[in-house]
Write a protein that binds this ligand. Structure first.
Ligand code: ADP
Ligand code: DAR
Length: 358
């Protein structure tokens, strides 16, 4: 249960106001005027402002600090969500383009590290939300079970090298979960920000993971988002990983699932940082010299890329290996987002080699 579950919007707002060192986008954009104008609003899914801001008020060290209680929250609480979205995705207007994955038969990128010296693995993921369900703060146990059932039916229609099996978390041994998490396949319930936002309510009921037989395509069910479609493999062949994901998305879009979208925001997700394309393309890459450079963060910011630890967001790097990915997901197309990541990774590789005297 979230610690701040019983606090109302006023009590939560008091907390974030008292957190003088907070640098979250929630702190920056939830002004007293916007708070007063939104605190009593309720979304079509019965979501409240408290549902949206609970995590960021209880965790002032958040980066974003606000989630949408449900798809309609992006309309009901637009007064605070819109400025957060524009800031995070570095856009001045909210007019997300129509989906464009490019022509995967004519990609101008393939393996970003043919020598295999630097890139350990490559992953590209998107998030999708079922159109008629809310997000964690308003979801019931029954909702999650029903979404899981509908999803599993559609996953069974996947073809070729996407065919596989669904493994519910309910009944999965702790050892199996630990093994799959250590191998970067499975999610866990350790993110305190997501916990405070209701992301682990009724855990582990309704959660699970789909594996293609070759384990290079996965689907997460009811982690942070209703769905995460993930393509991943060892090495640096971004072209192969991206092509596999696009094939899966196109099959799943005609499998009977209807995804939540809003014209100016693209695909809707629980966290505003994932809206639009919802695409995060990442490499686990060995960059000990660049990572030790005091200008590392500025270098990444200039390329619109983000560095994370290797066991998920808010974790540490291990052995000089970092997760490097695109930061922007909204205001550009899918192919533009993956090209932005590709250019960023190529610049990181070049800089690491310069610092290593190669
Ligand atoms: P996301 O929000 O994209 O799911 P997280 O940072 O939460 O990303 O990571 C989720 C899981 O995916 C973690 O276990 C992480 O280790 C794994 N992961 C992310 N990128 C890669 C990658 N390039 N190679 C291997 N595993 C990865
Ligand atoms: N931890 C929250 C969310 C940041 C974006 N990452 C997501 N959605 N997984 C924060 O505000 O830091």
């Amino acid at each position: 249960m979230a610690q701040g579950q019983n606090l109302n919007a006023d009590q939560l707002f008091e907390k974030i106001n008292a957190a003088k060192d907070s640098k979250s986008l929630l702190k920056k954009h939830l002004t007293p005027e916007i708070f007063a104008a939104t605190k009593d609003k309720v979304s079509k899914f019965k979501g409240t402002l408290a549902d949206c801001i609970r995590s960021g008020c209880m965790n002032p060290d958040s980066g974003v600090g606000i989630y949408a209680s449900d798809p309609d929250a992006y309309t009901t609480f637009a007064a605070v969500l819109d400025p957060v979205i524009k800031d995070y995705h570095n856009v001045t207007e909210l007019n997300h383009p129509k989906p464009d994955f490019g022509d995967t038969s004519k990609l101008d990128f393939g393996d970003l590290d043919p020598s295999g010296d630097m890139i350990v693995s490559t992953r590209v993921r998107v998030g999708r939300s079922h159109a008629s369900y809310g997000f964690p703060p308003v979801l019931t146990l029954e909702d999650r079970v029903e979404m899981e059932k509908n999803t599993v039916k559609c996953l069974a229609k996947l073809t070729g090298d996407l065919k596989g099996e669904y493994c519910p978390l309910t009944g999965m041994t702790k050892e199996k979960q630990a093994e799959l998490t250590a191998d970067h396949f499975l999610f866990n319930d350790s993110d305190r920000f997501l916990r405070e936002a209701g992301g682990y309510n009724d855990w582990p009921t309704g959660r699970g993971i789909y594996f293609a037989t070759n384990k290079k395509f996965l689907v997460w069910v009811n982690e942070e988002d209703h769905l995460r479609f993930i393509s991943m493999q060892m090495g640096g062949n971004l072209g192969e990983v991206y092509t596999r994901l696009v094939k899966a998305i196109k099959e799943l879009e005609t499998s009977g699932l209807e995804f939540a979208k809003k014209d100016n925001l693209g695909y809707l997700t629980f966290c505003p940082s994932n809206l639009g394309t919802t695409l995060r393309a990442s490499v686990h890459i060995k960059i000990p010299k660049l990572a030790a450079d005091p200008e590392f963060k500025k270098f990444c910011d200039g390329l619109h890329i983000q560095a994370r630890g290797i066991h998920g967001e808010h974790t540490e790097s291990v052995g000089g290996v970092y997760d490097i990915s695109n930061k922007r997901r909204l205001g550009l197309t899918e192919i533009e987002a993956v090209q932005e990541m590709r250019r960023g990774v190529e610049a990181v590789i070049k800089r690491e080699k310069e610092l290593s005297g190669k």
